[in-house]
Design a protein. Structure first.
Length: 196
């Protein structure tokens, strides 16, 4: 799981553990990695804040492969993109799946010949389009998530809450890339929290 200390990453770590996976968490700082290991990640990797050269990329790819017993991961969840995507994809095991969830570090460039060499798939994960195009499957998946929540196997990872009038501060927190989990803006009506 790339970006394992952010909202999507922490959710992916938690879901992976709830589904019985061995989870390798990768984050840009020890603090963020600590959040992922607290969620149950089995192995943690800190990657450089800037993937500036080929040596960094090779080292990152090799670290992922090594953390997966030398075989590479079966699944990579990537909300980060940018220069981190190609080395992560290069580390993937035979017939692995690469889930593109976002582009926090920019839109990645991955040589498509790697999919052939690894028998791998690159899959875009966009919840909004998914539930709009297949509402039945979206409802089944939501039910499965709610069942995990009710069973106490997953829970929302809220890092900070802001009242609506401080929404600008919430956005600044997200832009700083310091959030570990979700940043929630609360809408309060007549003294009661209506939604977050």
């Amino acid at each position: 799981v790339l970006g394992a200390g952010g909202g999507i990453g922490l959710a992916a770590v938690e879901l992976g553990k709830a589904l019985g996976a061995r989870v390798v968490a990768a984050a840009s700082s020890p603090d963020k990695l600590e959040a992922a290991t607290a969620m149950g990640a089995d192995v943690g990797l800190v990657y450089p804040r800037e993937m500036s050269d080929v040596a960094d990329a090779r080292a990152f790819s090799e670290a992922i492969r090594t953390a997966c017993d030398g075989k590479g991961p079966d699944v990579v969840i990537d909300p980060v993109g940018g220069a981190y995507a190609e080395p992560a994809f290069r580390s993937i095991g035979w017939e692995g799946r690469y889930l593109v969830v976002g582009f926090a570090a920019g839109i990645p460039s991955i040589p498509l010949n790697l999919t052939l060499l690894k028998g791998a798939q690159i899959i875009g994960v966009f919840w909004g389009a998914y539930i709009a195009r297949d509402p039945g499957a979206g409802a089944r998946d939501m039910r499965a998530l709610l069942d995990l929540y009710v069973a106490g196997r997953i829970r929302p990872q809220v890092w900070e809450r802001y009242p609506l009038e401080e929404g600008g501060r919430a956005i600044a927190r997200l832009a700083s890339r310091q959030a570990r989990g979700k940043v929630v803006v609360e809408v309060i009506c007549s003294g009661n929290r209506m939604m977050d």
